[in-house]
Design a binder for this molecule. Structure first.
Ligand code: FAD
Ligand code: PYC
Length: 414
């Protein structure tokens, strides 16, 4: 792999940028792999990367029906934080946040991790009590968060109106090392590193069936032919139910569209991330100057991967009391992604009833932040049969009633 560095930039500048190599090979499928991962989003690619890096398993294909990173990984609002309530969640989200800190070095690819700080606003007494509880839990888990008062909120985010008539700001749960990263770069960086290890990334190749022999997975049928494998990882977010049906089991997951939008670019005015869960919206400013804005999920189950005008209006209307400046901005683009939501708002990282077939799903509205940690744990689960990061997130928890309730931490109403 060509190393990216300041010297490489200088060398290429001197020869008019004619020497850059392709970042990854767009491969055609072989007839057989040790491991096939369905879904070249962040979670699928990170899983492949850690299979190679941590376990030396490199005869791997990552297959996507579209282009890599074209699912939710390339559609999210890029918020990274680990202020969850339950210990098993804090473990995987904090490991993930920690891996993000050094990911650019690890991948030799700038994922633009920006630990600018995330605040979750408390705009009702009830919300404030909930966040106080989370802050106490985080202190016990070793996750650095604190409750801050309205004056500190205003100091950190001067464009905010903290004295709104309906929803004054009473405080916030503040995580100073939380932040954002460039979503495409996360997918591209992992893809480049996987390709460098000799793995095949196969785009525009839809999995249409899952083959098995004697209760064990034996391969997949795809639009580019049959591919045999020893182990299969299904990492397809909003399409998890479709893949599970092909494998002969059902999932406790609903798929629904989540939308976001960006404004026209403006001068820098906000250098933290704010989530306002009572009025329901979240906001940050991209490096290009656009205000990146998200709202709630659609109120009905659907597979519509696009935006809708009423959603723009509802989301911005909700935020305007707290962020009056939004009323003066033109909105530039909107889009949607299909998110996979479980009843307890926690993911599924699990073996399945089909031997050799594993599932990584249910990240719902909050899985971008989890990509490195999920990839690390899921690779271990696939290689060794269990992983301390994943053990609590098995499918059996729904049968046994061991829910990992994260409905408050999810941060997006659904
Ligand atoms: P994806 O990136 O969706 O990848 C799955 C891939 O599977 C897709 O590329 C798809 O083409 C492929 N696939 C599906 N079916 C098949 C098939 N049959 N054959 C082959 N390939 C198939 N999370 C956060 O942490 N912070 C946020 O701020 C945040 N904001 C969000 C805002 C929006 C608008 C949305 C939609 C999501 C947001 N999320 C956020 C959630 C986050 O984006 C997802 O949880 C995460 O990206 C899921 O990654 P993934 O790799 O599992 O799925
Ligand atoms: O999980 O932090 C999150 C999030 C923010 C916006 C959508 N999801």
């Amino acid at each position: 792999m060509q190393r990216y560095s300041v010297f490489a930039i200088a060398r290429e500048a001197a020869r008019h940028h004619t020497g850059w190599q392709r970042a990854w090979r767009d491969a055609a499928p072989k007839s057989r792999y040790d491991v096939v991962i369905v879904g070249a989003g962040g979670h699928g690619l990170a899983t492949a990367f850690y299979l190679g890096r941590n376990f030396g398993i490199t005869n791997v294909a990552v297959i996507d029906k579209g282009w890599l990173g074209g699912g939710n990984t390339g559609r999210n609002t890029t918020i990274i934080r680990s202020n969850y309530l339950q210990d098993s969640s804090a473990a995987i989200y904090e490991r993930s946040r920690d891996l993000y800190e050094t990911l650019s070095h690890e991948l030799n690819y700038n994922v633009m991790f920006s630990p600018r700080g995330v605040m979750m606003l408390a705009q009702t007494e009830h919300e404030l009590r909930g966040y106080q509880r989370t802050a106490h839990a985080n202190a016990l888990q070793g996750v650095e968060t604190e409750i801050i008062g309205p004056e500190r909120v205003k100091q950190l985010c001067p464009i905010m109106n903290i004295d709104g008539p309906r929803y004054p700001v009473l405080g916030a749960l503040w995580q100073p090392r939380a932040g954002t990263a460039r979503h495409d770069a996360v997918a591209w960086g992992y893809a480049r590193a996987c390709s460098d290890m000799g793995m095949d990334i196969i785009q525009n190749c839809e999995v249409t069936g899952i083959r098995s022999e004697g209760g064990r997975v034996s391969g997949v049928s795809t639009t580019k032919g049959e591919i045999a494998c020893d182990k299969l990882g299904m990492v397809v977010a909003g399409h998890s139910g479709v893949l599970a049906e092909m494998a002969g089991f059902r999932l406790p997951i609903e798929s629904v569209a989540l939308q976001a939008l960006v404004s026209e670019p403006i001068k820098p005015c906000m250098d933290v991330v704010v989530m306002a869960n009572t009025v329901h919206g979240y906001l940050s400013q991209s490096d290009k100057g656009e205000m990146v804005i998200g709202g709630g999920t659609d109120g009905f189950v659907n597979y519509t991967q696009r935006g809708s005008f009423h959603h723009v209006e509802e989301t911005v209307r909700a935020l305007v009391e707290t962020f009056p400046m939004l009323s003066r901005l033109k909105m530039l683009r909107q889009w949607g992604g299909i998110v996979d939501i479980t009843g307890d708002r926690s993911p599924v990282l699990s073996k399945t009833p089909l031997e050799g077939c594993f599932i990584n799903a249910g990240w719902g509205t909050g899985g971008f932040k989890a990509i490195p940690g999920s990839g690390w744990g899921f690779a271990e689960l696939m290689a060794r049969g269990h992983s301390p990061l994943c053990d609590e997130f098995g499918l059996e928890r729904f049968r046994e009633g061991r829910f990992i309730d994260e409905s408050v931490a999810a941060g997006v109403a659904h």
